[in-house]
Design a protein around this ligand. Structure first.
Ligand code: PEP
Length: 200
């Protein structure tokens, strides 16, 4: 793990029914989280309110998308204000499935991120389309910190891609991993709890 507080997000994507999500929430409510880790789950929009009101306060709730600005005549969209209204604290933006399948681009995702952050939501910002990470260093340079004499604190970089109950302990040991974004394995409460508890 890195020096930041470990963060584990579960992205449920377009999965679940009232029955399966009720079971998942009940498994998460009875799971023991042993360490000081930020735990966030991201249900589909239609179940957000139900999950937010039935899930333990130990776990925060995230949306999987949000609109670029204030709500209004935008059929099918959900605004940041509406997310905050039901107690949602986070939003996942720029997930590869939204980029590749829906066609969202950096400009559009950037606008969404700026709006959500300005309104006080936490953003789980996803980067993709990198053929190989071997020669990449991530330059985190907030504009307000450039040439101003003000210095930013380190941002957390989390890993996503086939994290599961068997490989999480090994991954969590890596000094450059501050947490995980988990897809498939976040749909199983006990396995997700194992992943949350993998940082020592
Ligand atoms: C994801 O889609 O963000 C993801 C990491 O999925 P999975 O864990 O299923 O590979």
């Amino acid at each position: 793990a890195g020096s930041g507080k470990f963060f584990v997000g579960g992205n449920w994507k377009c999965n679940g029914t009232i029955d399966s999500i009720t079971k998942l929430v009940s498994d998460l409510n009875s799971a023991k989280f042993e360490n000081d880790v930020d735990v966030v789950v991201s249900p589909p929009f239609v179940y957000l309110d139900m999950v937010s009101s039935s899930l333990t306060d130990r776990i925060e709730v995230s949306a999987q998308n949000s609109w670029i600005g204030k709500g209004g005549a935008f059929t099918g969209e959900i605004s940041v204000e509406q997310l905050k209204d039901i107690g949602c604290k986070w939003v996942i933006l720029g997930h590869s499935e939204r980029r590749h399948i829906i066609g969202e681009d950096d400009q559009f995702i950037g606008k969404k991120a700026a709006y959500a952050l300005n309104e006080g939501l936490g953003v789980i910002a996803c980067i993709d389309v990198v053929p190989s990470w071997d020669n990449i260093v991530i330059a985190y340079e907030p504009v307000w910190a450039i040439g101003t004499g003000k210095v930013a604190s380190k941002t957390r970089i989390i890993y996503g891609g086939s994290v599961n109950g068997s490989n999480c302990a090994e991954l969590a040991k890596q000094a450059d991993i501050d947490g995980f974004l988990v897809g498939g394995a976040s749909l199983k409460g006990p396995e997700f709890a194992t992943i949350v508890n993998s940082v020592t």
